[in-house]
Design a protein around this ligand. Structure first.
Ligand code: OFO
Length: 163
């Protein structure tokens, strides 16, 4: 960290680095989901998860940029290998919702930390993630609801509505 001009404390800096890892982790996981759906002959879901993966990449890079702005130090966390097989399309979509709920919890913890550290800049920066997570949890919940209504046998019909 460039101490001379750092506008961020080490605790917040570390926590944001961990979040970069979560965002890239989600990206990696969604690319793996895209590949799995492609293998299942469900190209609509594959495209959907490819796009989600790209979005998560952007979320990670947004934090990298923020740390640059406030004179922080970026350390990219190592990534575990993402899950590459699922029992069913429904199970795969359930994992999407679970992942988004987990990231949402992490974002809330970051907001709590920003409050505790009186880091108003980080607090303001994180509000974008709060609303993004609200949208993504709603979108994952909606997709899962629709997939459950179609059922595993007819999930291919839902696939054709996605692009
Ligand atoms: Fe990064 O938006 Fe969801 O996880």
């Amino acid at each position: 960290m460039r101490q001379d001009r750092a506008m961020i404390g080490s605790k917040m800096n570390e926590a944001l680095n961990a979040q970069i890892g979560r965002e890239f982790g989600a990206s990696y996981q969604y690319y793996a989901l895209a590949a799995w759906f492609e293998e299942q002959g469900l190209p609509g879901f594959a495209k959907f998860f490819l796009r989600q993966g790209q979005e998560e990449n952007e979320h990670a890079l947004k934090i990298v940029h923020y740390l640059g702005e406030v004179g922080g130090h970026v350390v990219l966390p190592a990534q575990p290998q993402p899950k590459s097989t699922y029992e069913s399309a429904l199970a795969a979509i359930e994992s999407f919702l679970a992942a988004e709920q987990e990231v949402t919890r992490a974002i809330y913890e970051l907001v709590d930390l920003a409050t505790a550290e009186k880091d108003h800049s980080a607090f303001e920066f994180l509000q974008w993630y709060v609303s993004e997570q609200r949208e993504e949890v709603a979108s994952a919940t909606g997709l899962l609801d629709r997939a459950r209504r179609f059922g595993e046998e007819r999930v291919v019909l839902l696939d054709s509505t996605l692009s």
